[in-house]
Design a protein around this ligand. Structure first.
Ligand code: CMP
Ligand code: MG
Ligand code: ZN
Length: 360
């Protein structure tokens, strides 16, 4: 398969534009951004502000910081030029026009993984090595690569070529990770090339498994197996349960918007629903069945969030954070955010009724 043929969704992808962006990477990172990026060690990290400060390059800047913070040149002999070039390309492959699944979300999720590992006590409890840490962060950075702003249901229902290739199973997640490794087939983006064959295999396996685990369709399967394994006599997150455990961390980061401070959490809510509703509009136009979850004429925004936060996010984070004292604060944040949405139910109902009344 030729390399470019994998970019099935990103038909607007322009390799020349990407190369011109790569040329800019020789310029050093501005000092004030380096100063500000100390924030990413806190849960108040503002990925929207990072996006502004870096002129829409949040992900590549974040990953450069990661490279420096973990001294990857020294410790893993990772080539700095390749690392920069790879994440510039990755960032370019995210769709700026998507309200939610864009490079800001990828940077936000990568920061959440970083936070959970370093401040949320995951590293402390599980004793991860650098290869496992960095592979988890790479997985986070590529986990929604080239996302079309439409979900698996849509791709499957419309028999999109990707759904056919992946036999309707975790279509997007398979695609995101394949896209990342396809990029690495080019020597100048092969960030794992300095690793021994064995380490390369380990890293690839972590990246593939953790990204596949971001499919919400396998959410309960992962949660239930984590619950069961956690109490098993042979449970060992340091060896045989490692990949499943890391999968849970990326999935937690991907679902972390209900746990962020209210201002940021609200922004993510409006963005994710905006993207859902655009999909619903498309389905309506095509005469496809629309799920109630993304039909703008049936969703009460506040109620949808109370449902998502209380019944989906909270039980999940309660289970995960039981193992990590440094993550337990997220439950309090979910509860505060749910309280906010409860105060908005009536307003959202009124807005919904007005929208229905004005429906063309
Ligand atoms: P994705 O980032 O691909 O994987 C996790 C999914 O959870 C995400 O896509 C959305 O489909 C869903 N999700 C995340 N945040 C919310 C939210 N606040 N409300 C509803 N769905 C959400
Ligand atoms: Mg995804
Ligand atoms: Zn995501």
């Amino acid at each position: 398969m030729r390399k470019s043929s994998l970019y099935l969704i990103r038909n607007k992808y322009d390799r020349r534009r990407a190369s011109s962006v790569i040329n800019k990477i020789t310029s050093p990172m501005p000092k004030e951004i380096i100063e500000w990026m100390k924030q990413f060690k806190t849960w108040n990290f503002d990925s929207f502000l990072l996006n502004e400060l870096t002129s829409n390059n949040p992900l590549s800047f974040f990953m450069q910081y990661i490279y420096q913070a973990y001294t990857l040149d020294d410790k893993l002999d990772m080539d700095k030029k390749k690392f920069k070039a790879f994440f510039w390309e990755v960032q370019e492959l995210y769709h700026k026009e998507n309200p939610y699944h864009n490079a800001i979300h990828a940077a936000d999720v990568a920061q959440a993984v970083f936070y959970f590992l370093e401040k949320g006590d995951v590293n402390l409890v599980w004793g991860l090595d650098l290869l496992e840490t960095i592979s988890s962060l790479i997985g986070a950075a590529v986990h929604d690569l080239d996302h079309p702003g439409l979900n698996n249901y849509y791709l499957v229902n419309t028999r999109c070529p990707l759904a056919v290739i992946y036999n309707d199973k975790s279509v997007l997640e398979n695609y995101h990770v394949a896209c990342a490794f396809n990029l690495m087939r080019d020597e100048k983006y092969d960030i794992l090339s300095s690793l021994t064959q064995e380490w390369n295999k380990v890293s690839r396996s972590i990246i593939v498994q953790t990204v596949l685990g971001t499919d919400n369709a396998v959410h309960f399967q992962h949660l239930n197996s984590f619950k069961a394994r956690k109490t098993a006599s042979d449970y060992d997150p340091k060896t045989k349960d490692k990949i499943d455990s890391l999968t849970l961390i990326l999935h937690s980061a991907d679902l972390s918007n209900p746990t962020r401070p209210l201002d940021y959490s609200k922004k993510w809510t409006m963005r994710v629903l905006d993207e859902f509703f655009q999909q619903g509009d498309k389905e309506r136009e095509l005469g496809l069945p629309i799920s109630n979850l993304w039909d703008r004429y049936s969703v009460n925004v506040a109620q949808s969030q109370i449902g998502f936060f209380d019944f989906f996010a909270k039980p999940f984070f309660s289970e995960v954070s039981e193992s990590f004292p440094g993550m337990s604060f997220v439950i309090g944040n979910i509860e505060l955010n749910v309280e906010y949405w409860k105060t908005q139910t009536k307003r959202c109902q009124k807005e919904l009724e007005e929208l229905i009344a004005s429906k063309p």
